[in-house]
Ligand binder design. Structure first.
Ligand code: C2E
Ligand code: MG
Length: 248
């Protein structure tokens, strides 16, 4: 793997090219078994180095400030995809990952809300997913932007739920609609036993939040997601992220 410094220039150029694109991983409703949404994940196919690890790409993008352009690029692409899905008669929502750094640009929330409104999609069609490791996401510039987005029909999801990294009172300050339990936590629950995750799911439901179980790789994991009372599931068992969602 090349040095991150070497990747920075390439990334700044690639963000305007088809080297960078979105893939989508479906989420199924555990009530109906149907696809109800899909998470967009960015991919970078470097012409010399091949596929670059998304975590590395996002780290470089955040450090160099390219995250703002990458974020806009992903959002545009996802709204186009949403239009295509509606054209195919699919009512799926799209979830877009957002870095805390994107809120440093005060106009970010308004820009997203405007793009969303201009396209005329219904409330809940677009979900912005925040990572929990953003220490000040409930303070400063982010909170008013999140509230504006929520008022304008964009849903807000928080990843890495159940890791005890965000105190419940801080969590309640965020205008969330959804929390996502990371795959390694779901997979750590022993089938048929009650764990602290059951309480976390109950707490989220009591706060009116939808709960998504990520990283579902086997039927046992799927069963655990059901036992936990999760609303939705996502993972390799259901489908790997892909450029298109092939619908049977
Ligand atoms: P994340 O948001 O937690 O995304 C889930 C990751 O788990 C994805 O890795 C996905 O490919 C992988 N995954 C899906 N199903 C399974 C499964 O059943 N088992 C296992 N072990 N893994 C599964 P990926 O695509 O490498 O993305 C890594 C991280 O990069 C994401 O983690 C997210 O934090 C970040 N990321 C990806 N795309 C974007 C983006 O457009 N913007 C921002 N800001 N971050 C992004
Ligand atoms: Mg995610």
């Amino acid at each position: 793997m090349p040095l991150r410094e070497d990747l920075a220039d390439d990334l700044a150029a690639a963000v305007r090219t088809p080297e960078i694109f979105a893939v989508y991983q479906p989420q199924v409703s555990l009530e109906s078994g149907s696809i109800v949404a899909a998470e967009a994940l960015c991919r970078w196919r470097h012409p010399q180095l091949g596929d670059i690890d998304p975590v590395t790409m996002i780290e470089v993008a955040e450090r160099t400030g390219v995250i703002h352009e990458l974020g806009r690029r992903m959002l545009d692409e996802c709204l186009d995809t949403l239009r295509d899905w509606r054209g195919m008669g699919r009512a799926w929502a799209v979830t877009v990952n957002v870095s805390p750094a994107q809120f440093e640009d005060d106009s970010f929330g308004g820009h997203v809300a405007d793009q969303f409104a201009r396209r005329g999609f219904g409330p809940g069609s677009l979900v912005l997913e925040l990572s929990h490791d953003s220490p000040s996401i409930d303070e400063g510039a982010a909170l008013p932007q999140l509230r504006l987005l929520r008022d304008r029909g964009v849903e807000i999801s928080l990843g890495d739920y159940g890791m005890d990294t965000v105190a419940p009172e801080r969590l309640r300050r965020l205008p969330l609609t959804e929390v996502k339990i990371p795959g390694h936590l779901v997979r750590s629950v022993e089938s048929g036993t009650r764990s602290s995750l059951h309480d976390e799911v109950e707490r989220a439901h009591a706060d009116g939040l939808r709960v998504v179980a990520e990283g579902i790789e086997t039927l046992t994991h799927l069963d655990i997601a059901v036992q936990l009372g999760c609303d939705r599931a996502q993972g390799f068992l259901i489908r790997e992220p892909d450029a298109e969602i092939v619908f049977p």
